[in-house]
Design a protein around this ligand. Structure first.
Ligand code: AMP
Length: 292
């Protein structure tokens, strides 16, 4: 039986999670897992909805993972609305919410980390050195703690999704990964926990990420297939937008994240930009419809 909005278990310890998952398995449940850093929004909840369709016991983790933040980044100020998060998780039908403390996930000195390979060499990987080693290490730990049958990640973080898929494959992890579509505001802005940092002016300028991706998609539909030309079309949108500093914009393979000359309808346009002081990312399949 699925949870009906009241009986969510909240575990703060690894032992507590293992017990709760073992009980669910003993009742014949399959385990679905949605890892997050909290500050939940409808994007996160869409992953829960998908996990509930694909499994019978849904686990969500909320953990702001220090290992994936550089010293200069927003670890300390990353939003942690604990009560709202718990309410939203409960209302969305999460069965078990895992909210570990940093000391429980990283007690003392660590000898072993997961090292991301070539997929991490550019884009978020070069803008945020060490970020993906931190992501993969915590995801591997969470998989070992929860031992899910399936896991749902968002396409919003395309490079992260590609790396987690590669880790599952390369390390023979017994979990099936689902990559769910990007949830957007009505005007196209991709939902993100960091959107709450945006001022009204920033919020308007932030739309340029989505607009640039759409321009690329339109150009591809018109028959433009040169990577360079498509990228230039996207960049020109940003050049016209106040308050936006482009970090990268590229047309890449959605699995290797490599830029190459063979653009196809499954190629992804990816973008990262600083809007005011907030760094945002977005992406789109260039041959897709408006679904993502
Ligand atoms: P985060 O809490 O930002 O680490 O994100 C947790 C998960 O939610 C990741 O798999 C993200 O890709 C996913 N996610 C974040 N924003 C969205 C969105 N707008 N639509 C769909 N999934 C999202």
């Amino acid at each position: 039986m699925q949870n009906t909005a009241t009986d969510m278990v909240v575990a703060t310890t690894i032992t507590g999670v293992r017990e709760s998952v073992a009980n669910a398995r003993a009742m014949g449940s399959t385990i679905g897992f949605v890892p997050t850093m909290g500050a939940l929004h409808k994007g996160h909840l869409s992953l829960v909805e998908r996990a509930r369709k694909e499994s019978s016991f849904t686990v969500m983790s909320i953990f702001v993972n220090p290992l994936q933040f550089a010293p200069t980044e927003d670890l300390a100020k990353y939003p942690r609305p604990v009560e709202d998060d718990e309410r939203m998780a409960r209302e969305s039908g999460v069965d078990l919410l895992f909210r570990p403390a940093v000391e429980d996930m990283y007690p003392g000195k660590r000898e072993v980390t997961v090292a991301a390979g070539e997929i991490a060499s550019e884009w978020e990987g070069s803008s945020r050195p060490g970020h993906f080693d931190g992501v993969l290490t915590v995801v591997a730990k969470l998989f070992n703690i929860v031992q899910p049958d399936i896991t749902v990640f968002g396409r919003k973080d395309l490079q992260q999704a590609a790396l987690v898929a590669a880790m599952i494959h390369d390390l023979n992890m017994p979990v099936r990964m689902i990559i769910a579509p990007i949830v957007r505001e009505g005007d196209g802005l991709a939902l993100s926990s960091r959107n709450r940092y945006l001022s009204d002016d920033d919020r308007r300028s932030a739309l340029s990420l989505h607009s640039a991706l759409q321009e690329i998609r339109r150009a591809f539909a018109r028959g433009v297939t040169s990577t360079v030309e498509l990228e230039q079309i996207g960049r020109s949108v940003h050049d016209l937008t106040p308050n936006v500093r482009l970090d990268y914009l590229a047309v890449v393979s959605p699995t290797s994240l490599a830029r190459n000359d063979d653009v196809s309808k499954t190629s992804a346009a990816i973008v990262a930009a600083r809007v005011g002081s907030t760094r945002l990312i977005d992406n789109m399949t260039i041959g897709g419809d408006d679904e993502d």
